[in-house]
Design a protein around this ligand. Structure first.
Ligand SMILES: NC(=O)c1ccc[n+]([C@@H]2O[C@H](COP(=O)([O-])OP(=O)(O)OC[C@H]3O[C@@H](n4cnc5c(N)ncnc54)[C@H](O)[C@@H]3O)[C@@H](O)[C@H]2O)c1
Length: 375
């Protein structure tokens, strides 16, 4: 029996190409794993009315970890139109599979390492090594939203906060409300995860990304929690940066930051900014990590115009596979994959289209496999 059971979810578009590339690399480091295919994505929404069929949830439940490719996330209206005729009008609602998986498996930490590889032509700057910890189960993306705001909800808010009256002059259908709900438990576990990572990896600082001077209640809760937890890690310095100011500072002095921790939406914004500093979509990998299960993925979407063309950069998915085996405890093979990617980028012989070259997806994977023999 294989040591690991890995749920294998290629999804839509270029997901299949980049996952095949990652598989070559995992096979080259001789990972002792059984790969369990899972159906996921638009095809299953259109045909079955569910982009994450129950049989795939079963595969996830029976595995140790998952590697996920890419999926299209259509709007509510687009999704309704794409349904097979026999499924139309049945009230089916498209839910993003990645959001569903994060919630069902309590994968509260979206971890995004953003390290610049030397001689990557896409680097904004050399010597960047930032890891972002984004909370993914709470905050402004909790899905607690109204438009129009039900009258009883409006009345209750007005009773407790007179600022609400300012919006009474607008017609009901022209006012929308999204709630930013955060809990002490949610703040605590993401902040602790960031500090534990800093401690294990000798990172000198953790920066809280917030806006607690404006969002006094939710941001205040995050800041108070940060101050309390930071006392448990006296060797690691910490500070709070406002999201807006931090966007400027990250462009100016990215090398000053090591670990960033943020709630859901601010973490989403800052992780894309950090990813672009070190090469963009072709390099951006992430892990959705809980206490017992994790799903790793490239952060790019299905790039449908390149689907099946063996053209996009697979390094994001190869690096996601590296994160996955590191999480499983396979530290040496993970180190080798990272080192092999560094060699390939530095040697500048293989360059996919995003890097200004014409290396194919599979040839880039072969280059990493070849470099593995030298690291
Ligand atoms: N995790 C996911 O599966 C995921 C992530 C982002 C977006 N999406 C969804 O995907 C759909 C399309 O989104 P989009 O067009 O904004 O983003 P996208 O990532 O699919 O593609 C945007 C462009 O980025 C470039 N690109 C993407 N991946 C690349 C790679 N590996 N190498 C080289 N170039 C690459 C391509 O030029 C591509 O056309 C939307 O429905 C969106 O919601 C899904």
């Amino acid at each position: 029996m294989a040591k690991y059971r890995i749920a294998w979810l290629p999804g839509d578009g270029v997901g299949v190409d980049v996952m095949n590339a990652a598989r070559k690399v995992l096979d080259a480091v001789k990972l002792d794993a059984e790969y369990l295919h899972g159906d996921i994505g638009c095809e299953f929404w259109c045909k079955e009315g569910n982009p994450l069929p129950e049989r795939t949830v079963k595969v996830l439940n029976e595995s140790d970890v998952a590697l996920f490719g890419t999926i299209t996330s259509p709007s509510k209206e687009e999704a309704a139109k794409e349904l097979a005729p026999e499924l139309q009008g049945k009230g089916l609602i498209y839910s993003s599979p990645i959001v569903t998986m994060r919630q069902s498996f309590d994968l509260y930490a979206c971890v995004r390492p953003c390290r610049s590889f030397a001689k990557n032509p896409l680097n904004c700057r050399e010597n960047i090594d930032i890891t972002v910890f984004r909370e993914t189960t709470e905050g402004l993306y909790s899905g607690i939203e109204f438009c129009p705001i039900p009258e009883d909800v409006r009345v209750v808010i007005e009773k407790h906060n007179t600022k609400m009256t300012r919006f009474n002059k607008f017609p009901a259908g022209e006012v929308a409300l999204s709630a930013r709900i955060m809990t002490q438990t949610g703040c605590e576990r993401i902040i602790r995860k960031a500090f534990e990572f800093a401690k294990a990896n000798n990172k000198p600082s953790v920066t809280l990304v917030e806006k607690s001077n404006m969002l006094r209640e939710t941001g205040g809760l995050m800041l108070r929690t940060m101050k309390r937890i930071a006392t448990e890690y006296p060797d690691i310095s910490w500070n709070e940066a406002n999201i807006d100011a931090l966007c400027m500072w990250l462009l100016k002095n990215p090398e000053r930051y090591h670990v960033l921790v943020a709630e859901n939406m601010f973490g989403d914004i800052i992780s894309d900014l950090c990813a672009q500093l070190v090469g963009g979509l072709g390099f951006a990998c992430s892990g959705n990590i809980g206490d017992r299960y994790a799903i790793f993925e490239p952060t790019h979407g299905p790039a449908l115009k390149y689907a099946g063309q063996n053209k996009v950069n697979p390094l994001a998915t190869i690096l996601a596979a590296m994160m996955m085996i590191d999480w499983l405890g396979e530290k040496e093979p993970a180190r080798r994959i990272h080192a092999a990617v560094a060699v390939v980028v530095a040697e500048a012989k293989a360059r996919t289209s995003d890097m200004g070259g014409s290396t194919t997806t599979s040839d880039m994977a072969d280059a990493v496999v070849e470099a593995l023999k030298r690291v």
